[in-house]
Ligand binder design. Structure first.
Ligand SMILES: Cc1cc2nc3c(=O)[nH]c(=O)nc-3n(C[C@H](O)[C@H](O)[C@H](O)COP(=O)(O)OP(=O)(O)OC[C@H]3O[C@@H](n4cnc5c(N)ncnc54)[C@H](O)[C@@H]3O)c2cc1C
Length: 380
């Protein structure tokens, strides 16, 4: 993995509007800060190599390196990434009920992992008046407080960085694909530090097609409703084309045509819909709002699922073939769109002095019928 310093991060990511506000560069030094869902560089710094750049999910992400680290093999470019199995799931009878986004699989798994002491703390994401707030918790009973999807850019990784400073050794984290790309980069020890410890005890990924800029969404919704009364947001599958907002008194639908302009540019070069660098990944199940799709990727993930099932925290069932095919198609389309966009934007497989957002084998691009990125030298 190529690592540069804060000035390259500023030039290649922040100034090119590719920052996704995940917080990976914050809580490691005083120079970068997250504020209301966005990240800023406060002071200049002349380091040649820094963790800020090394951890960024939009700077020099080498998909082969991440895949080798997580799964011991090169990146294959398959729509759903590497996995052992795909099932459907929901919280089991032992789980505390909550305001779950779908089936409550994520909350059930984190509760169970904390109860069983597989992890000693968990990084989860709440929001206050639509502004995302990551928190570190240690009590299983606190997990349901974080249930539901906050469809905004969130500095969740900053709290993972903080958990290291606080001395936690086995931390669970729930994150979107970009946040978990940052976590995977952190886990590869990109700066070869001798004092490095991998403290990611469990990574639970959320499917994500795109997210929204927190400040833009706040401004848009504040003009229409009392945001303090919002209980839940949802984006039902096509052809609905709406964002559903459930408040304490009402449910309103807002057209996606008004919402889409709030999608950060960074999402357009994200090739990952199903959080490929996670132990397990969880999304909705089209047509069955009380269920999740669950992708089990690693051995650690597989063990967690079988223990959670055995203890009544999780229920699983067979994934319907049609749903699997539809998910694969949607994830494959996102991947192809992102590689094409990155190529068009000059941030894919850059050579010589060019700094890339993404690096992927030209063979994969060829297999996906995307023109080879080999000769693509971006403007840096
Ligand atoms: C921005 C975003 C986009 C999504 N897009 C899709 C999609 O295209 N297709 C799909 O199938 N599913 C998508 N999801 C996932 C889906 O909405 C549910 O989160 C998932 O199905 C898990 O449901 P659950 O009932 O198990 O979650 P719950 O048990 O309700 O738990 C939700 C968990 O998500 C975490 N969380 C919420 N918001 C964020 C955030 N912004 N950043 C990090 N962590 C967060 C909370 O900490 C909580 O632990 C998206 C989620 C988000 C946050």
């Amino acid at each position: 993995m190529q690592v540069f310093g804060p000035n390259e991060l500023l030039a290649d990511v922040l100034k090119k509007d590719l920052c996704i506000g995940c917080g990976a560069c914050t809580e490691i030094c005083p120079y970068f800060k997250s504020y209301k869902g966005r990240t800023s560089m406060l002071f200049s710094c002349t380091r040649q190599e820094g963790r800020c750049h090394a951890h960024c999910p939009k700077a020099e992400v080498d998909l082969d390196e991440l895949s080798s680290f997580m799964f011991g093999k090169a990146y294959e470019g398959s729509p759903l990434g590497s996995y052992q199995s795909v099932v459907i799931s929901k919280a089991g009878p032992e789980m505390i009920p909550g305001n779950f986004q779908s089936g409550g699989t994520v909350s059930a798994l984190m509760t169970h992992a904390l109860m069983e002491r597989q992890i000693d703390a968990a990084v989860l994401t709440d929001w206050k008046g639509l502004i995302p707030v990551p928190e570190l918790i240690t009590e299983p009973g606190d997990v349901t407080r974080f249930a539901s999807s906050k469809y905004v850019t969130a500095p969740t990784v900053s709290m993972f960085n903080k958990s290291k400073q606080l001395g936690y050794k086995r931390v669970g984290i729930v994150g979107t694909p970009c946040q978990l790309t940052a976590i995977a980069k952190i886990r590869t020890n990109p700066l070869d530090r001798e004092d490095f410890e991998d403290t990611a005890g469990l990574t639970v990924g959320l499917f994500c097609t795109w997210t929204l800029d927190a400040r833009d969404l706040l401004k848009y919704l504040s003009a229409r409703i009392d945001v303090e009364k919002i209980k839940k947001l949802d984006i039902p599958p096509p052809p609905a084309e709406v964002l559903t907002v459930t408040t304490v008194d009402d449910e309103i639908e807002l057209p996606l045509s008004e919402i889409r302009p709030m999608i950060p540019r960074a999402c357009s070069v994200c090739p990952d819909m199903t959080a490929e660098w996670a132990d397990v990944s969880v999304g909705g199940l089209e047509g069955s709002p009380g269920w999740n799709t669950l992708i089990i990727r690693t051995q650690k993930g597989a063990e967690l699922i079988s223990k959670a099932e055995a203890s009544g925290f999780l229920v699983t069932d067979k994934m319907p073939k049609e749903s699997f095919e539809h998910l694969s198609m949607a994830a494959g389309n996102k991947k192809a769109r992102a590689f094409r966009q990155a190529m068009e934007d000059g941030c894919l497989n850059n050579k010589d002095d060019g700094h890339a957002a993404l690096r992927v084998s030209p063979t994969i691009l060829k297999e996906m019928n995307i023109e080879s990125g080999e000769d693509n030298v971006g403007d840096t």
